[in-house]
Design a protein around this ligand. Sequence first.
Ligand SMILES: CC(C)(COP(=O)(O)OP(=O)(O)OC[C@H]1O[C@@H](n2cnc3c(N)ncnc32)[C@H](O)[C@@H]1OP(=O)(O)O)[C@@H](O)C(=O)NCCC(=O)NCCS
Length: 176
Amino acid sequence: MRVLVVTQPWTIRPATAGDAAFLESMLVETVNWLPDRHWSRDRVMADPNLAHYVEGWPRPTDLGVIAVDDTDQPVGAAWLRVFDATDPGYGFVGTDAPELGIAVTTAWRGKGIGRALLRAIHEQARRTGIATISLSVERANPAMRLYTSAGYRTVAGGPNSDTMTLDLQSHRSAKQ
Ligand SMILES: CC(C)(COP(=O)(O)OP(=O)(O)OC[C@H]1O[C@@H](n2cnc3c(N)ncnc32)[C@H](O)[C@@H]1OP(=O)(O)O)[C@@H](O)C(=O)NCCC(=O)NCCS
């Protein structure tokens, strides 16, 4: 019998303080998900409503995972940050529901890394006792399909974006 072993040229590890600059790059990718949007890193980091997703990384309550290729170069990240009502993220639902950021570098998209990052950050969050994760996503972003298939549900909406949450304790979908 022939056995086909498929190995992936990437792995996922916990994020560290040394990943701060890469997380900034991934934040820029989340802004520039639209092919014709080209915000510079400086422009993103000059906007306090965006910069606060990564500035000061890592805060004590931050969680994160990094996908690295077979040369240890980072190619994607998912991270969670707790916000409060005085400085809420776009997807803020409460101080007990950290907000998700996720991005994969362009060349590595569509290979299952985003879904694997999501699964890994969910596992980290569960181990930490987090019950709910929230996120904000522009409604036209195909990332919504990933979130929906992982169990996130829309709980609020603006003109162009939705706030989605995942109940981590009760939800374990097959695709998660
Ligand atoms: C969203 C993102 C992290 C997904 O990562 P990825 O490695 O490409 O995703 P995967 O290969 O694991 O695919 C998972 C699912 O994503 C969905 N998806 C996400 N982006 C997609 C796109 N541009 N086109 C088609 N499907 C997409 C698909 O439904 C796919 O499901 P499937 O496996 O059942 O086909 C990545 O596309 C990205 O970095 N996008 C730009 C940044 C961004 O939009 N971040 C989210 C902001 S809210």
